[in-house]
Design a protein around this ligand. Structure first.
Ligand code: ZN
Length: 282
């Protein structure tokens, strides 16, 4: 993608990743764990300005699970709040905690968006496996059910994988890339890494950045300044400032809304985000 002068009139799509696979209430009491808590956190983020909520689910012991019934109930609860926020369900399976059937089975739940992790990597102390055959299968199922893949790239090799799938017609425009930077095992959360990966994606693709931990706010501000989009939330970062826990996911969303507003970037409503991403309402 050519790096053009930033278009600040481009509405900013804020994604809120409210729970993820790993955070616990011991780390931050605001982390939502039960289905009700996850749905409520998602709705609160939508009210604060998020156009997309990114969802994982936990079992009764609080561990991440690929249980499709839980996913379905949380998605239903969010929609029943009457919010038209876009629902993005994780297909990551919590890095080894879900079967391939469960991971691919997300497509049939027909969320607006589903994560599509475009390659394997070391992930903290484990390995996050996304083999080519699984990606082919997942891409086909998401296309069958008309679910927009969020192409998550943790390092430049994942962008190259995605470009191959695009060339093969397995991923189709408009493309929605999420650069996840700062995972231990992936690309560091630095401006240079973001720029490098941005230069690789096709012209016209939409992109968002999700910095892990202390990289979250600076990379988010960089995306706001560059005309890209941004993800926040407890999946990626539990702190508001160094040493100060965030009180809720919505608090992190509200900060991005204020920064964007000060920068002259309008914040995208869910319906604007649908339009931009070519996603019809359910
Ligand atoms: Zn996730």
């Amino acid at each position: 993608m050519a790096i053009n002068p930033p278009n600040l009139s481009n509405p900013l799509i804020i994604s809120a990743a409210v729970v993820g696979s790993w955070p616990t209430k011991e780390q931050n009491p605001g982390v939502p764990i039960t289905e009700d808590e996850i749905a409520a956190a998602a709705v609160e983020c939508a009210e604060a300005g998020a156009a997309i909520v990114h969802i994982h689910v936990r079992d009764e012991s609080g561990r991440v699970t690929g249980d499709l019934e839980r996913y379905a109930r949380v998605q239903k609860a969010i929609r029943e709040f009457g919010s038209d926020v876009l629902v993005n369900l994780s297909t990551s399976g919590g890095v080894g905690r879900a079967s391939d059937e469960q991971r691919v089975g997300i497509a049939a739940l027909r969320p607006d968006i589903a994560s599509f992790d475009a390659g394997s990597l070391n992930f903290g102390h484990t390995v996050f496996l996304n083999p080519p055959a699984l990606l082919d299968r997942l891409a086909a199922e998401l296309a069958n059910h008309n679910v927009k893949p969020e192409i998550e790239c943790f390092e430049p090799g994942h962008v190259a994988n995605a470009l191959r799938l695009i060339d093969e017609g397995k991923l189709t425009a408009p493309f929605w890339f999420q650069f996840v930077l700062g995972v231990r095992g992936g690309s560091p959360g630095t401006p240079q890494q973001l720029l490098h990966m941005l230069e690789m994606i096709p012209d016209g693709a939409l992109w968002s950045v999700c910095g892990i931990g202390r990289a979250q706010l600076p990379l988010g501000m960089m995306a706001i300044a560059m005309g890209g989009h941004v993800r926040t939330g407890f999946e990626d970062n539990l702190f508001y400032h160094k040493g100060e826990l965030a009180t809720s996911n919505a608090q992190l969303v509200a900060r991005l809304v204020r920064i964007a507003t000060e920068a002259g970037r309008p914040v995208a409503t869910p319906s604007e985000a649908r339009e931009m991403l070519g996603i019809r309402g359910r």
